[in-house]
Write a protein that binds this ligand. Sequence first.
Ligand code: C2E
Ligand code: CA
Ligand code: CA
Length: 574
Amino acid sequence: MDAEKYRVLLVEDNPGDARLVAEYLAEDSFENFELTHLATLGEALNYLHDNTPTVVLLDLGLADSQGVDTLETLYLHHPELPIVVLTGMDQEDMGLQAVRQGAQDYMPKNAIDGRLLIRSLHFAIQRKANETRMRELLRHDLLTELPNRQALVEELTHRLDSGAPGTSIGILFINLDQFKLLNESFGNRVADAVLKAVGERLRSSFKENDFVARVERDEFAVLIRINTPTKASLLTSIAARALQQLSKTLDIQYEEQDIAINLTGSIGVASYTDGEDIARSADRLIGSAETAMKKAKSEGGNSCHYFDEKLNAEAQSRVRIAFGLQNALKNNEFYLNYQPIYNARDNSLFGYETLLRWKPSFDGEVRPDEFIPILEESFQIVAVGEWVMEQACSDYQGWVSKGILDSSTRVFINFSPRQFVDAYMLKHTLALKEKYQIPAGVLHYEITENLMLTSADFVLEQLNDLQKMGICIAIDDFGSGFSSMNYLKDMPCDFLKIDGSFIRSLTKSERNSVITSAIIHLGESLGIGVIAEGVETKEVETSLLQSNCIYQQGYFRARPMGSERFQEWLTSQN
Ligand code: C2E
Ligand code: CA
Ligand code: CA
């Protein structure tokens, strides 16, 4: 039998005991053991600097170290080594303690015999191997077989600690765009297959010593070692190459069919150059790359962004906003603006849209696109949305009874998908309609196409019930989202609001003009009203009228106004 050789390091200061061990090992019939004997811990640590034995046999009582400390010191420097400790007579306690602190086994010297010693050494080696494998498993993601977040943090910490002067480390934080959508459309099995394929693609598009990890469900990270101080241009070009790799079509097997999936990613890049004067922590660096990724995502995805201090300030301002929002409702810091929607053909007022505003007591006005996404993330939009509904209804009733608003004027209110999570909306709507005596056909709920991506049946049911109650449904930002059009055939819908991005440059962009006409035709043929928002100039208004789109909203005729100004405006229209 050509058995493997085991290199045993014996650390033992008693020559008699050492000789005994040597004899026992020599008795092993396969001569599997090759022994190195050293007398002190210092010598052992020295030796281990350049040598890696298979197993260490360690006497706890040495000239330069006594007791469990001996094990601790060795373990601290070489946690990867299997260790069997030798204890003196009546020192079983110490042996057990050593095992608790990292040794694989212990052996009282007076009880040693050859068979037992050899058995214990084999055991220790095997146990350590299992332990290492377990630890490896805990550091790996089972689906993609890539290292996980914990492994990433450990590796980055290690690389930061051992970086040579003048070298640097780059980190790419990658998030897949529209992964949630993919998951919801195709289900978990396809989504998992996609993640696996993405993992493989990433692994193969980086160098061997770049560290590719899976951080979260659809998030990956790559550590890149660079032999020069960081150059942003180098890292961003690496990120750009990764984006290109990601956007190549993936062929995924699903129910015995091949489906072609096109994905894109958003990448945040951060870097650390050795010696740089910032806190050198893995968490901080990963956090910076993540912040930059969010920035790339907010710019529409399929792009990368390099972290800089300005982004840091933005992240901090987000935290401030989130904090401030917690008491905003209680402190009455929200109010509404109103923007007219008119019939551009006969110049009459068709309706108006309510727009949420926030003026925190501690600061100036915060823009809706800054605070509404945070309200949505934290589900606070549900409570704030209820406030919006109530305020809109009470304003309507007040103005009608003052005689400055025709009771048939339509009130458009914005809703976030989050507000459809349970059936409270129906109850709330019913209560408000009664309380403020609102006729059918007045309230219009603006929803976005994204709503249809989430548990569509439940949402459809609610929309149908709302419509039965006399609520009209308008699809906001139409054309800008993930329009599959498919939902239009079974979804209750009274209006399409063409996204302002098409309208603003309508007369300057052939493409936008074609898309706009197509939406107008779509509305006409489905019997759905069409409203154009973002009408900023006379030319756009005229062009829309020529295409038969009469309901319009935009700065050209009227900007959003606060309650008082809007009432003046209403009065002046009469
Ligand atoms: P939106 O629903 O698309 O609202 C129209 C946005 O376009 C408003 O921005 C409005 O001020 C702006 N706008 C109107 N006419 C023009 C124009 O001619 N040119 C340009 N450039 N912009 C124009 P605002 O008030 O900043 O609101 C931003 C978004 O915040 C809204 O977009 C809506 O998605 C959200 N939002 C506003 N109020 C609420 C609310 O009560 N609930 C929810 N869930 N979201 C709201
Ligand atoms: Ca809207
Ligand atoms: Ca809109």
